[in-house]
Structures are given as structure tokens and as C-alpha cells.
Design a protein around this ligand. Structure first.
Ligand code: 1CP
Length: 337
């Protein structure tokens, strides 16, 4: 019996039982999370409280037979650690800024994130041995969209125009963010995470002519650095919606696994399995709806993607907050049957 099903799969050694975890499994859809959340008026404060990090990370693990536990935090702790103002407005989302490049600094970076590291250590001590602890960051492009736009956007015109008007400034920002990602991932690994995921959730919005510099290059730099320093730590990359660029990503970077969004064609995922471990890509709406379509699509992923033993079951994006728990129960019944 493999002690760490998820790690074994990420290392290309296959699995005894289907490896599964769900993006955004900690927080969001669990009633125990919503209850716990009431203890904090400030979301950022919760993200920086070690006991809260540990509790929320463990909540989905207590309920379900997940193979991975993603540490409870947020991608926006990086801009915060660099000295930017970050807050969350109830039912609306993040508010950042204003961005002043001259004020971004690494001076208090480690100290600003130190509570998250304590949270990681606490979680590691309490996590069942067979569950893999996953650390994460947001990729530079995705982080830059929040830092320039100041909040969640439907499109990224302002970010793209900023980069066109102030190419030097945008390049400096991307360099700072790439270094920050490397530094924070190293800190998380030193504190006990056993695999890392890099979320480039808005990668599909990058214009083709900038794809190389804004998506591939930062990922190349981050993954090269991590692989040199921690060759045993698997790196999962989630560049959502960029199937057209997969070849570039797999040849130029040192990532081990690719997480696919729900729009990725099955044949693209199968192709990627030749060199990489794959992850995904059930549409979160299908899990939210449940019923026959859920059953059908889970079986399809089993038959087409999991037979290679080079796939990790996951969603194509984060679990939707209103997903009924009975549908997650059903998913586990299907996966574990
Ligand atoms: O009120 C609340 O409870 C806040 C909701 C919430 C939660 C539970 C936010 C605000 N962030 C989180 C936790 C979180 N965020 C995790 C924890 C571990 C997990 O369960 O996976 C992770 C990995 C993230 C990552 C994250 N934050 C991403 C990348 C992944 C993705 O879903 O694309 C992004 C884009 C964010 C930004 C963010 N954080 C929160 C909000 C509302 C947003 C904006 C999302 C958007 O712009 O659409």
C-alpha cells in the first residue's frame, strides 16, 4: 500500500487508489468553514492566524478521504507581504492598492508571512500521514491583475494597457513577483509542504504576443529555481485555459504536473500525460448540479484519463461555494467504489 498516494502519482509511480483533492476545498463550501469564519471580521487576519490556517486546512480532510490538503491561505498574501494594502469586502472580494512600485519591498516579507509558516507546521503535525500537504502561490501575471486592477475584474484591459504604457514598470513588477513567488514557495517547503501548486488562474487572458514573457518565463524561472533546490518536491502548474501553449510550457519549464481547466479537450490532456502528470478537470458546475451528469463525467475521466495512472482527480477550477455536500459525498462514492 502506498503511504502517499498523491506524491507517488506526482512522481510518476502510479497509485493504489485514485488520487483526489479539489481546488478551493478548504473554505468556501463547507458549513464548518462558514461557522468558523464568523470568528473573524477580517479575512486577511484569518489568513495570518496559525490556528485558523490549521483548522480550515483540516476541515475537508476530516470529512472526506482526500489525498491532498491545500494549505488555507490566499494568493494575495504576496502583495500584502510586499507592503501593499490588501483587504476583502464581504460578498464582493479583494480590494488592493493603490500600487506604488517604489513602495514594494522585501524588507518585512519573511516576517509578514511568518504566521503562515507556523500554520503550515501546525497542520503538518496534525495531518494524517497518508495525506499530502500542498503549498501554493499565485503566478506573477495573475497576481499583477489584482495589484494593478485593485479588485476582481471581468476583463484585464487595464492591466494589459498598463503594461503597454509602462513596459519598464510592468517588467519590474513581474520581476518582483517572480522573486516573491520563489521566496515564499521556498519558505513553505522549508516549513513542511510536500508539493506546490502555482495558480495562473487568468493566464488565458494574456495576449499571445506577451505569452512568453508574462506566463512562460516567470514559470520557467520559478520552477528551475525550485527544482535545483528541492528536486524531490513536485510542482503542479495551473495555467487555466492555455491549451494552445502547453508544448512551450512543458518543454521550457521544470514543472511535474499540469492542472487543466474544464475547457481543455481530453485529447490534449492525454497528450500531456506522455511527459507530465495531469490533474483536473471536472467542471465545478457539474459537481454543483450533481445527478446523472456527474456520474457520467466522473466515469469518463476514470476511463479516459485515470487508466494511465498519471492523472489526479480534481476540478477544472475551484469548488463553487453553493455546491451541495451530498454531491461531494456522491463524488467520493463514485471515485472510491
Ligand atoms: O469570505 C470568505 O470566506 C473569503 C473567500 C476566500 C477563501 C476561502 C478567499 C477570498 N480566498 C480563500 C482561500 C483560498 N484562495 C485558497 C485556500 C485553499 C483552498 O481551499 O484551495 C486558495 C488556494 C485561494 C487561491 C486564490 N485566491 C486564487 C487562485 C485560485 C482560483 O480559484 O482561481 C485566486 C484568484 C484568489 C483571489 C481571491 N481570494 C478571495 C477572493 C474572493 C478572490 C477573488 C477571486 C476572483 O477574482 O474571482
Amino acid at each position: 500500500m502506498k503511504k502517499k498516494n498523491l506524491i507517488s502519482t506526482l512522481q510518476g509511480k502510479g497509485f493504489d487508489k485514485i488520487p483526489i483533492w479539489l481546488m478551493r476545498q478548504a473554505g468556501r463550501s463547507l458549513p464548518e468553514y462558514r461557522n468558523f469564519r464568523k470568528n473573524f471580521s477580517n479575512f486577511m487576519e484569518m489568513c495570518l492566524t496559525p490556528e485558523a490556517i490549521c483548522e480550515i486546512t483540516l476541515q475537508p480532510i476530516r470529512r472526506y478521504d482526500y489525498d491532498g490538503a491545500i494549505i488555507f491561505s490566499d494568493i494575495l498574501v504576496i502583495p500584502y507581504a510586499l507592503g501593499m494594502s490588501v483587504s476583502f469586502v464581504e460578498n464582493e472580494g479583494p480590494r488592493l492598492g493603490p500600487l506604488n512600485l517604489d513602495l514594494l519591498t522585501f524588507e518585512n516579507f519573511d516576517e509578514n508571512l511568518s504566521n503562515i509558516l507556523v500554520g503550515i507546521q501546525k497542520t503538518k503535525n496534525k495531518l494524517p500521514e497518508n495525506v499530502t500537504l500542498i503549498g501554493f502561490v499565485g503566478a506573477p501575471w495573475t497576481l499583477s491583475t489584482y495589484m494593478i486592477g485593485g479588485k476582481t475584474k471581468k476583463n484585464f484591459d487595464d492591466v494589459i494597457q498598463f503594461s503597454l504604457k509602462f513596459p519598464q514598470k510592468y517588467e519590474t513588477l513581474m520581476e518582483i513577483l517572480t522573486d516573491a513567488c520563489i521566496r515564499f514557495l521556498c519558505m513553505q517547503i522549508e516549513s513542511g509542504v510536500e508539493a506546490v501548486q502555482i495558480f495562473d488562474s487568468w493566464a488565458s487572458f494574456v495576449p499571445d504576443c506577451f505569452f512568453d514573457t508574462w506566463v512562460i518565463k516567470p514559470m520557467e524561472k520559478i520552477s528551475n529555481h525550485l527544482k535545483r533546490k528541492y528536486p524531490h518536491i513536485p510542482i503542479i502548474c495551473f495555467p487555466k485555459g492555455i491549451e494552445a501553449h502547453i508544448d512551450q510550457l512543458v518543454t521550457l519549464t521544470d514543472i511535474n504536473a499540469l492542472s487543466f481547466g474544464s475547457s481543455a479537450p481530453i485529447k490534449t490532456i492525454i497528450q500531456a500525460q506522455k511527459t507530465h502528470i495531469t490533474q483536473g478537470n471536472l467542471d465545478p458546475n457539474i459537481l454543483c448540479l450533481g445527478g446523472e451528469i456527474l456520474e457520467k463525467q466522473v466515469i469518463r475521466i476514470q476511463n479516459e484519463l485515470l487508466v494511465s495512472q498519471r492523472h489526479i482527480f480534481n476540478l477544472g477550477h475551484g469548488i463553487l461555494p453553493d455546491t451541495p455536500l451530498e454531491n461531494v459525498d456522491k463524488l467520493f462514492a463514485l471515485i472510491r467504489s
